[in-house]
Design a protein around this ligand. Structure first.
Ligand code: MLT
Length: 205
């Protein structure tokens, strides 16, 4: 039996209770972040879906009208579909739904942030590389038991650092424990920040 609603995905069983939900950037796929996930946590299970929207043939997790301008109705619908998929996958693969940590890059980080804001019970934590405020939630979520690490590039031409800061404030305002780090980088990830995110994750008790 496959998880419903279905996404093309990879699942790699791990040796601990934790599952990393890997969410790729625009033009990526379900295999893109598997090695990053393993680098971040040697023991976690990895669940990696492929975004179901195609923009000029490039997979994404939700539609946008222009760079940084999102189709909010589509974003909301797809946020719920993805959260439902994670719940169904937890049942199907028998991993703990209480120990899911999103690891998202760019468009994947934006839908992870949207899950935090609209379906907060889905995630125990999140690592958001190059994220912005995806939408304003209709009601304030309770994120008091959620930890979030945000990595921003100080020369990122797509996501200004002020946006990462705005996201951090929004999540903090809902009770999340948020760490924001700025790196000497553009939109692409650097080894430094992967190491920093890994150390942050390791520091969880
Ligand atoms: C988005 O559309 O989610 C952001 O602009 C990042 C991206 O270019 O994918």
């Amino acid at each position: 039996m496959r998880p419903v609603p279905d996404f093309i995905h990879e699942f790699v069983p791990g040796r601990s209770e934790r599952t990393l939900l890997l969410l790729h950037g625009t033009g990526g796929n379900e295999r893109d972040l598997l090695s990053l996930g393993r680098e971040l946590d040697q023991n976690a299970s990895l669940l990696s879906p492929r975004g179901q929207v195609l923009e000029n043939g490039m997979p994404r997790f939700f539609r946008r009208l222009a760079e940084g301008v999102f189709d909010l109705e589509d974003l909301k619908r797809r946020t719920h579909e993805l959260a439902d998929f994670v719940a169904a996958a937890a049942e199907h693969y028998q991993f703990s739904a209480e120990q899911v940590i999103a690891v998202g890059y760019s468009n994947g980080a934006n839908i992870a942030a949207s899950i935090l804001l609209l379906r907060p019970q889905t995630l125990h934590g999140a690592i958001l590389f190059r994220a912005m405020v995806p939408l304003m939630p209709p009601a304030q979520p309770d994120l008091s038991s959620v930890r979030v690490w945000i990595g921003a590039g100080d020369q990122d031409p797509i996501i200004p650092t002020s946006e990462s800061q705005r996201l951090a404030e929004l999540l903090r305002g809902s009770g999340a424990d948020v760490t924001v780090r700025f790196f000497n980088a553009g939109h692409n990830l650097t080894n430094d920040e992967i190491e920093a995110a890994r150390d942050w994750l390791k520091s969880w008790v």
